[in-house]
Structure formats: C-alpha cells, structure tokens
Design a protein around this ligand. Structure first.
Ligand code: SF4
Length: 209
C-alpha cells in the first residue's frame, strides 16, 4: 500500500497533478465544458501513454478533498472529470460524495485495473492490455473506450465489448501517434460494425489541454 493510499479515507488527501477547466475532447461527453482533475500515480504502464509524467504519485502535491472541490466551484460547468494517471489507485468515495453533494456531475476515466470506489454519474472504462481490468467494470461502465494502436486491437476491443452491459456505449479511439494509419481502418470498421462509434482526441486538434 502506498503512502497516498494510506492517507486516503476520511479527510483524505490525493495527489493532484493538475486541475483545469477545459472542453472534454474524447468520448461521449466530447464538446462539453468540464473541470478536469488529474490525479498522479499510475502503475498500468501503457507504452504509448501520453501522460507518463503522471506515473509517479510522489511527484505531485497532496490536496485535501475540500481543497480539490473548492477549485471546481469557481467555474460555470457542473461537469467534473476525474482522470489520471489511474485515479482508482485511491479510494474516491469522499471525493465523489463531496462533488455530488454540491451538485456536480462526477465522471471518471479509468483503465479498470484497480478496485472501483466512489459514486459516479458516468464511468468511462478504457481497458489497457498492459494490466488486466477488474470484473466490476464490465457491470458498471457507461462507456467502453478502446484505444486502437494496431490491427489486433479490434479483436481485443470486441472481447471487451462482449462483456459489458448492452446499454454501454462503445467507442474506438486511434492512438494519437498512430492516427494516420489506424483512423482509416477505424472508419471502415465502424461502417461495418455500427454498434461502435469513433472517439477522437479533439482537444489535441483544438490545442487545448
Ligand atoms: Fe498512461 Fe492511462 Fe495507461 Fe496509465 S492507464 S499508463 S495514465 S494511458
């Protein structure tokens, strides 16, 4: 158990890498103004990770849940996205309880590699090949978002789609550096398999965080 996990709980402190108000660029909530809270720490180890800086939790300052929630209050959108790193390396019940008590909509982006905690309005489950996801995410995910890095990922995506609830939305998203090769294949795949939709990292096109 890490130091950060030990301090989580009532009056928990969480390592906050950054928190910022922007536009959600990916998945079902694309285009919505949202406050992002990026928690530091991740042990999943995706080779193509674009936030490798987040991996070491100890690099980032610990903030209490009240400090974190205070930061959200000054913005107009009620949508909050908890991301990482892998945010579920920490128990998040106190954070989601505090956010939801203040009327915020609590979304999470997770690889599903750690136990589910917190009460969420929306779970975006993005499993990674590098660490097996836990079973509870198939039963709870609102959105399955699979990053496509190479051709074999389509089959891998279907294996996960077969396990989620029927109402769970399905998205394929090209890995940013492989977009030129993989996006044309994703387009054809979605035309043939219309249960899936395409998610693009539109914040990168807009050059916003
Ligand atoms: Fe990076 Fe996310 Fe993979 Fe962790 S789970 S290594 S933060 S892409």
């Amino acid at each position: 158990m890490t130091e950060n996990k030990q301090t989580a709980g009532l009056n928990s402190k969480l390592p906050v890498m950054e928190a910022f108000y922007t536009i959600q660029g990916e998945g079902h909530f694309t285009g919505n103004a949202a406050y992002f809270i990026r928690l530091g720490g991740c042990d999943v180890g995706c080779v193509w990770c674009d936030v490798k800086d987040s991996w070491e939790a100890e690099k980032w300052p610990l903030q209490t849940v009240s400090q974190i929630v205070e930061g959200v209050a000054e913005y107009k959108s009620k949508l909050v996205v908890i991301t990482g790193g892998e945010p579920l390396m920490y128990p998040l019940d106190e954070l989601t309880d505090s956010l939801r008590a203040k009327g915020f909509h609590a979304n999470i982006e997770t690889s599903g590699a750690h136990p589910l905690s917190g009460t969420w309005d929306w779970i975006c489950f993005s499993p990674k090949k590098f660490m097996k996801p836990r079973d509870e995410f198939y039963e709870t995910a609102d959105e399955l978002k699979v990053v496509i890095y190479n051709k074999s990922d389509f089959k891998w995506a279907e294996e996960h789609a077969a396990l989620v609830r029927p109402e769970c939305l399905l998205y394929l998203q090209p890995e940013w550096d492989k977009s030129e090769t993989m996006l044309p294949q994703i387009i054809e795949y979605v035309k043939d398999n219309p249960r899936w939709k395409i998610s693009l990292q539109t914040h990168k096109f807009m050059q916003i965080p």
